[in-house]
Write a protein that binds this ligand. Structure first.
Ligand code: NDP
Ligand code: PYC
Length: 339
């Protein structure tokens, strides 16, 4: 195999390579392990806008001093069903890991827990944050705000982040049902990919720096903005995410942080909220079977596929054949890891 030929890595091999990159760029051992697993899972599952495509952004952000890779999250037990975490300028996923045992304990005791993370950087997909809860039989919702690049419906000024919402629930006989979607018409990562690969956006996804509709991803990235999905409805969901992920947690709104002194910084410095529910407390012993039945009905009613089906199909192939990487991408990752 030459450096330029395409390669296939196992999930464990990709995690190891990404972990080495995080460690080499100043991330603590615990955080490097969590971030590497998260990013490798995105690549394995075909979440390409948040897989290894993001590694140069992680590296340039760490080099810029904008994020603290060594941050030790402070977990506070503040009410029977409420956990707060100050991520102290570090990444959100290690903050979630630090809080997980207390959150699970509260769900067990009380049937529900809220986890509010503030002063955190989230640069990934949300499904890896919620899916593990559903694998443990719990229902999980999460909200994160990002950087101001979305104009409210009918507005001119980018105010909201791309603000995704993710939902996960167990279902009988199948992997959890999970959806994970931005509240913008397209994720910022996909605009970057379209610009790199020379694809046009769909009409209704973005505006240029003069507020005029455009399908040119470069015009969106060069002073333009994205639109919410579904007009005023997506705009309200983006607003709700700002309230839950920032106002409620004590994190920054998407327009509030200033990273201009940190050249190369790309990770939004905001907040994240989780709501975790034990469905058994609903008193319906057949909850998981009911979810499965509903999913079947959606397909029977004519929907092509369910959210998560594409990811699981790509995951199954990757688990059998390995995770494919372009040779030049692999070489670049090795360079990040080894210098
Ligand atoms: P998509 O529009 O690609 O997909 C959204 C959801 O819909 C997924 O669960 C997907 O399942 C499902 N889906 C897609 N197409 C269909 C279909 N035809 N039928 C049924 N279900 C379908 O995602 P977005 O572009 O909105 O977001 C991409 C990623 O970007 C997300 O993971 C999000 O978390 C991330 N993001 C992160 C941000 C951050 O601040 N950290 C900010 C914004 C976005 P499947 O995966 O199986 O295709
Ligand atoms: O794809 O919109 C996005 C995004 C923002 C922050 C991380 N991903």
């Amino acid at each position: 195999m030459t450096e330029q030929s395409d390669v296939k890595l196992t999930y464990a091999e990709l995690v190891g390579l990404l972990e080495a990159i995080f460690l080499r760029h100043g991330v603590s051992g615990d955080a490097a392990r969590v971030l590497a697993a998260n990013c490798a899972a995105c690549e394995r599952d075909g979440s390409f806008s948040h897989g290894i495509f993001r590694m140069p952004g992680y590296v340039s952000t760490l080099n810029s001093g904008w994020v603290d890779g060594q941050a030790l999250p402070l977990v506070e037990d503040c009410a029977p069903s409420f956990v707060r975490v100050d991520a102290k300028g570090g990444f959100a996923q290690p903050a979630l890991e630090a809080a997980r045992p207390l959150v699970l304990d509260k769900v067990k005791q009380n049937g529900i827990a809220v986890l509010a993370i503030r002063r955190s950087h989230h640069f990934s997909a949300l499904w890896p944050d919620v899916e593990p809860f559903a694998e443990q039989g719990l229902v999980a919702l999460s909200f994160v705000n990002s950087m101001a690049c979305v104009v409210p419906q009918g507005g001119k000024k980018a105010l909201f982040g791309t603000n995704p919402v993710a939902f996960a629930t167990p279902r009988k006989g199948r992997p959890p049902f999970v959806f994970d979607q931005a509240s913008s018409a397209i994720a910022h990562g996909d605009v970057q990919i379209a610009a790199r690969e020379g694809h046009a956006l769909k009409p209704g996804q973005g505006v240029d720096r003069d507020g005029q509709p455009t399908t040119d991803p470069k015009a969106v990235l060069d002073g333009g903005a994205l639109l919410p999905f579904g007009g005023h409805k997506g705009s309200s969901i983006a607003l709700m995410v700002e309230i839950l992920a920032a106002a409620l947690t004590g994190g920054h709104f998407s327009w509030e942080f200033d990273w201009s002194a940190h050249e190369g910084a790309q990770t939004p410095f905001t907040g994240q909220l989780f709501i975790i529910i034990d469905p058994e407390r609903g008193g319906n012993a057949s909850f998981e079977a009911r979810v499965s039945q509903l999913c079947d009905m959606v397909l029977e009613a004519g929907q092509d596929r369910l959210p998560g089906d594409r990811r699981h199909a790509i995951r199954a192939v990757a688990e059998k054949d390995g995770i494919p990487l372009k040779g030049e991408t692999y070489a670049r990752l090795k360079q990040f890891a080894e210098g």
